[in-house]
Design a binder for this molecule. Structure first.
Ligand SMILES: Cc1cc2nc3c(=O)[nH]c(=O)nc-3n(C[C@H](O)[C@H](O)[C@H](O)COP(=O)(O)OP(=O)(O)OC[C@H]3O[C@@H](n4cnc5c(N)ncnc54)[C@H](O)[C@@H]3O)c2cc1C
Length: 384
């Protein structure tokens, strides 16, 4: 079997892995390899809303937000109760929340990387982590020429939630992994494209409708697994389709909609993992719970944490040749001290409180209406 050696190996070419590679690049003389399973980066489109004022865009894109990825600027988000009798409106600070084209963002990240000597390989699926003396020392991966091994001084795993099936044994997985479905649609009837809409359902779940224009939108549903009682089973696809056909407001918006993209997903909404490092592997992005539990925000969080881990590792490799666990644990501490990590923790606990209040008595359809006047303060007073 072919094998090779590298300094740093990144598994996964989503926003977390690509940003980590960007943090590592530049005059470091390090051998860096990034392996992506599919034949293109960002093949699975997930969230498409970001805060364009986030620092990470300036860091990665030379102080300029890549305007070609932007479609709509949002002014407000409207949240409806299950009966739609009540709602709350959250206002966004001017020019912050925007809709993006996910694939274009990925293209921009890849463009930054192609000016570097990071060795990025598509069609390269990691099928096994190689372990020796309680340390991860490399991976087995499959490409069009067969199975290969690659050994690395440090591995960064940014392979998303599905990769847990390959490493569950070694790590405490992120908590509250929630199933989700995302659709992109055309022929949608959107009265106000500057408004995001959220529809709470009777069961612990939420449907969102994010406009891309007056006639195009992203629609998704998330089931809040932590609120589901007695191992009740829900078929998310059926629930979404039923709501599209019968919900008072969704029915109007989507009466003539043509669905052009469908993605079954999972979202870790239990907060960031504290232990991101296990000898000698780091976990970042979705697989480490780097998702804002209230409003998605996984793109900015995964990009930020990925990028800074890259920078910290580059600094470490610039001053040392041999490493101990302590060196890597220091990097983990730096990540845990980042404002974005602290924010992710707060988001997770606030989100849990909100979900607990809303769904404490489900399936009592009117309960949310009854408490809404007190509850809507939570939504309307939230920052960016
Ligand atoms: C329905 C939904 C809506 C969302 N909405 C938003 C939103 O509006 N705003 C927002 O900021 N965030 C949103 N998010 C969250 C956000 O999309 C994610 O948090 C973010 O994309 C995570 O990036 P990642 O790089 O960690 O993982 P991923 O994007 O999952 O990337 C992982 C990469 O690893 C690759 N990979 C997997 N297995 C292997 C393997 N064995 N070998 C090699 N490569 C592998 C995959 O192909 C993929 O390219 C949403 C998520 C969902 C599910």
């Amino acid at each position: 079997m072919d094998y090779e050696k590298t300094d740093i190996l990144i598994i996964g070419g989503g926003v977390a892995g690509l940003s980590c590679a960007i943090g590592l690049k530049n005059e470091s003389n390090l051998k860096i390899v990034l392996l992506e399973k599919y034949n293109e980066f960002g093949s699975k489109i997930k969230g498409e809303i970001v805060n364009q004022k986030s620092e990470i865009f300036k860091k990665i894109f030379n102080n300029k937000f890549p305007v070609n990825i932007r479609n709509v600027i949002f002014k407000t988000a409207k949240y409806y109760t299950p009966t739609t009798k009540k709602f709350a409106i959250r206002k966004f600070p001017f020019d912050t929340k925007i809709g993006i084209e996910y694939r274009k963002l990925i293209d921009e990240l890849v463009k930054v990387l192609t000016q570097s000597d990071v060795d990025i390989r598509i069609n390269s699926e990691v099928i096994e982590l190689i372990e020796k003396n309680d340390k991860f020392i490399g991976v087995k991966y499959k490409d069009s020429n067969g199975i290969k091994e690659i050994y690395s001084k440090i591995i960064v795993c940014a392979a998303g939630i599905d990769f847990l099936s390959l490493c569950n044994r070694f790590t405490t997985p992120p908590k509250n992994i929630c199933p989700a479905i995302k659709l992109n649609a055309e022929n949608v009837d959107i009265p106000d494209p500057s408004q995001l809409e959220f529809f709470l359902l009777e069961i612990p779940s939420i449907i969102y409708l994010f406009p891309k224009s007056k006639t195009k939108a992203e629609i998704g549903i998330i089931l809040w697994s932590d609120q589901v009682k007695n191992n009740e089973k829900f078929n998310l696809h059926e629930i979404l389709m039923e709501q599209i056909n019968s919900h008072q407001i969704l029915k109007k918006r989507l009466a003539n909609a043509k669905f052009i993209y469908y993605n079954k997903e999972k979202l870790p909404l239990g907060g960031p993992l504290k232990n991101l490092y296990f000898p000698n592997i780091f976990f970042i992005g979705d697989i480490a719970g780097h998702v804002g539990a209230i409003g998605g925000s996984g793109i900015v969080s995964s990009m930020s944490i990925g990028y800074y881990l890259g920078v910290y590792l580059k600094d470490l490799f610039n001053i040392k040749k041999d490493f101990t666990d302590n060196d890597f644990i220091k990097c983990q501490k730096l990540i845990n001290k980042l404002n974005i990590t602290k924010w992710l923790k707060t988001e997770a606990s606030n989100a849990k409180v909100m979900r607990n209040i809303l769904y404490s008595t489900y399936p009592n359809k009117n309960f949310i209406d009854d408490i809404w006047d007190k509850f809507k303060y939570f939504i309307e007073s939230r920052g960016p």
